[in-house]
Write a protein that binds this ligand. Structure first.
Ligand code: ADP
Ligand code: CDP
Length: 240
């Protein structure tokens, strides 16, 4: 169902800072201010945009087809697509003080501290007029998940998981051809290990919560979308 998440996107992002994040910057009690590049400012009273939102997380290993299917969902169901990886890459290209840290982390196939990623996602949500969000490639760890849920005070309405064998993911990533710094065999091996260790526990969490829709990611793009479509169509019907 289109259970409205009533995600009060609190701009007062006073999340508990992980050790990892605090190594890179002191985010304590900082407030998120819209605008690029990412910057934080200590002040009160930033008017939060309260969003009565539908939030869908899109999970899956590298190259499992998340981005490809998100484009189809946007086209068919009018969601706003937020790719965590794209937002991080955009941040690297901007004059962000976190650029070097993000780039090094991506190159190593590790996970960027949640404090950074969550704030990039919330900035996009707050500046969007859409209230239906597809958050792609997030949460990639329990730390990501817990940070998001704590900050927004809400859980996703449902979660898609593109289940794809490793050899297929490797094949797709190596032929992706988008000039990404992490689309090489060494980084892919690391990303697959990180995926198994950190992302699969998130998948299990949402499965236990009854929110997971497992999609067999092997097949043509059309075949896969025919598994995705009913998930969103059913939700739309319930909302009507
Ligand atoms: N069903 C599919 N079969 C074969 N190749 C696919 C399929 N879906 C996507 N691809 C290709 O695989 C690569 C990775 O897809 P992408 O959507 O970027 O995955 P992700 O966002 O999960 O990393 C892209 O080059 C894309 O064109
Ligand atoms: N939630 C996230 C998402 C991506 N990332 C980083 O960004 C990289 C690329 O993510 P992506 O979602 O674009 O990758 P694909 O699954 O599309 O191949 C990851 O390997 C991580 O280094 C992150 O740190 N945290």
């Amino acid at each position: 169902m289109w259970k409205r998440a009533t995600a009060t996107l609190k701009s007062s992002l006073s999340l508990h800072i992980t050790k990892e994040a605090s190594k890179h910057n002191a985010f304590h009690s900082h407030r998120f201010i819209s605008g690029s590049p990412l910057h934080f400012q200590e002040m009160d009273g930033i008017c939060p945009k309260h969003v009565d939102s539908v939030i869908t997380f899109v999970l899956g290993g590298p190259g499992s087809g998340k981005g490809t299917q998100c484009a189809r969902i946007v086209e068919t169901f009018g969601f706003k697509h937020l790719s965590a990886g794209d937002l991080l890459r955009k941040e690297v290209e901007s004059a962000s003080e976190y650029g070097t840290m993000i780039l090094d982390t991506i190159r190593e196939g590790r996970i960027v501290p949640s404090a950074v990623t969550v704030k990039l996602i919330l900035r996009e949500m707050e500046s969007s007029d859409n209230h239906k969000f597809l958050i792609d490639g997030f949460p990639r760890s329990e730390e990501n998940r817990i940070a998001f849920e704590r900050i927004t005070g809400s859980e996703p309405d449902f979660v898609l998981f593109f289940d794809c064998p490793e050899e297929e993911m490797v094949k797709r990533v190596l032929s992706r051809n988008q000039g990404r710094i992490d689309d090489n065999i060494d980084t892919i091996k690391k990303r697959l290990k990180v995926f198994e260790a950190l992302n699969l526990p998130v998948v299990d969490h949402y499965e236990r919560r009854g929110k997971l829709h497992r999609i067999n990611a092997v097949g043509t793009e059309d075949e896969i979308f025919e598994q995705v479509r009913p998930v969103f169509a059913a939700c739309e019907l319930t909302a009507a």
